[in-house]
Design a protein around this ligand. Structure first.
Ligand code: IPE
Ligand code: IPE
Ligand code: MG
Length: 253
């Protein structure tokens, strides 16, 4: 049993904080990892996929149920075309190589982000990954690809506005819960823990709606070096935190 799992109860009154149900990760630092070794940036991205494979496995073993990883942002189109195509190629390889194994392991894959503008081969693979794993419920892997938090919110607003204009939605009936159903993460709990690697302290447009009450843990490790030990460290930091959700701590009342 891992030290994290061992140090944790199910939150059933044993006094120990639970393992986070949903962990979101900004996987950053591939380029710097490669540069430090005199390698092309694409080599860093390749090693980044290796780290992702290990982390998906470790997350399931630790007891995390949902893992949402940021793999390509709507702003990453600003990178050189060669790097963009290397990143697309890696998603494609991951989908082709790992899909069968993930499906058998009970992983449900969801790709969040903008589908329009994706090359057809990628769009087809994304659709296949979701179709093939749609009935799985052991572990939920969300890959944020061509994802931007603002884009997701605006896309949701457009859908709600279209419904309202057609008379199917009353503006007064729009609530936070109802609006969340129009986001790409519909039906999922919000992230309990958000991790960013590479010692950068910003959100870079990730999950802006969903992280309203997430705990943030920033780590000084480049993503290709991230492993189970780092994930456990982040979970332990999370377990030391006190989540108040705007209320007052028991002892202070
Ligand atoms: C994260 O690594 C991967 C993506 C953003 C796609 P970076 O490529 O951003 O690596 P750094 O931040 O330049 O080191
Ligand atoms: C965020 O990393 C996006 C992903 C990890 C996919 P970036 O490297 O693109 O973020 P900035 O540009 O440093 O904010
Ligand atoms: Mg970066």
């Amino acid at each position: 049993m891992s030290s994290v799992a061992a140090s944790v109860s199910s939150g059933d009154g044993g006094g120990k904080p639970p393992v986070p149900t949903h962990v979101a990760i900004i996987m950053d630092g591939n380029g710097r990892w490669a540069k430090a070794r005199g390698l092309p940036r694409a080599a860093g991205h390749e090693r980044g996929v290796e780290a992702l494979r290990k982390v998906v496995e470790a997350a399931g073993e630790i007891g995390i149920k949902y893992l949402t990883v940021y793999s390509f942002s709507t702003e990453n189109w600003r990178r050189p075309a060669s790097e963009v195509s290397a990143l697309f190629g890696l998603l494609k390889t991951y989908m082709q190589k790992d899909l069968n194994r993930l499906r058998k392991e009970g992983v449900k894959i969801t790709i969040i982000g903008r589908r329009e503008g994706l090359p057809k081969d990628i769009a087809d693979l994304v659709a296949k990954a979701e179709r093939d794993t749609k009935d799985n419920d052991r572990f939920y892997l969300n890959i944020a690809f061509n994802y931007g938090g603002r884009e997701e919110i605006v896309r949701a607003v457009r859908k709600v506005a279209t419904e309202a204009a057609a008379g199917r939605v009353e503006p007064e009936s729009i609530t936070e819960d109802m609006f969340a159903d129009y986001l790409d993460t519909r039906g999922m709990p919000d992230p309990d823990l958000l991790i960013r690697t590479s010692a950068e302290y910003r959100l870079s447009n990730f999950l802006l709606w969903q992280i309203a009450y997430s705990e943030f843990v920033f780590l000084d490790v480049l993503w290709p070096d991230f492993d189970r030990g780092w994930l456990e460290k982040a979970v332990m930091v999370y377990q030391e935190r006190e989540r108040r959700f705007g209320a007052v701590t028991q002892g202070e009342l």
